[in-house]
Design a protein around this ligand. Structure first.
Ligand SMILES: [Mg+2]
Ligand SMILES: [Zn+2]
Length: 173
């Protein structure tokens, strides 16, 4: 069984688009900008034998604001530029009542099955309450990257950090 670091995408890997202190997903390749320190953090975690899996909610697809193929091609770019093992995406919205939209742990469980991951020895890193809750429900330790968004705050996370790099240092120490 391997250990994994599950990573939220927007706000953890790439910059979120902020509007009135709330985060939004990039809607074009131009808006998809990898955050500073991310390549270093992922390279170190991969060297520490962690499986690196992005788990991302992209409800703008269900809302008709962006095409699934554009989200897929943005994800392809991230997989090309970063040492990621996989990207799992939920394209649904709440009304779809799927099992993959965080805070449901479906994406983590699916990845754990495929990559033979021990969830209790793994971590989830995210910048919103849905990420923390999904990680907690999957049995992972959780990192909250706190940007001070004006929205519902997560509860019961294990660590609060300012960046993925800071989380990686704690995981690897
Ligand atoms: Mg996010
Ligand atoms: Zn879903």
């Amino acid at each position: 069984m391997r250990r994994a670091v599950f990573l939220d995408r927007d706000g953890v890997i790439n910059r979120s688009i902020r509007h009135e202190e709330k985060p939004y997903s990039p809607s074009s390749h131009e808006e998809l900008v990898i955050l500073p320190g991310v390549l270093e953090a992922l390279t170190d975690l991969a060297a520490g034998d962690y499986c690196l899996i992005v788990v991302t909610n992209q409800p703008d697809v269900a809302r008709g604001k962006i095409s699934q193929s554009l989200v897929d091609s943005m994800n392809d770019r991230l997989r090309f530029e970063l040492p990621l093992n996989a990207i799992y995406t939920c394209f649904h919205d709440d009304m779809d009542q799927c099992e993959c939209r965080k805070p449901c742990p479906g994406l983590l469980i699916k990845a754990a099955d495929k990559f033979e991951i021990d969830l209790t020895a793994s971590y989830m890193i995210g910048d919103r309450w849905r990420d923390i809750e999904a990680g907690r429900r999957a049995g992972c330790k959780t990192f909250f990257v706190d940007y001070g968004y004006a929205e519902k705050q997560p509860e019961n996370y294990d660590f609060c950090v300012g960046s993925l790099l800071e989380a990686a240092r704690i995981i690897l120490q």
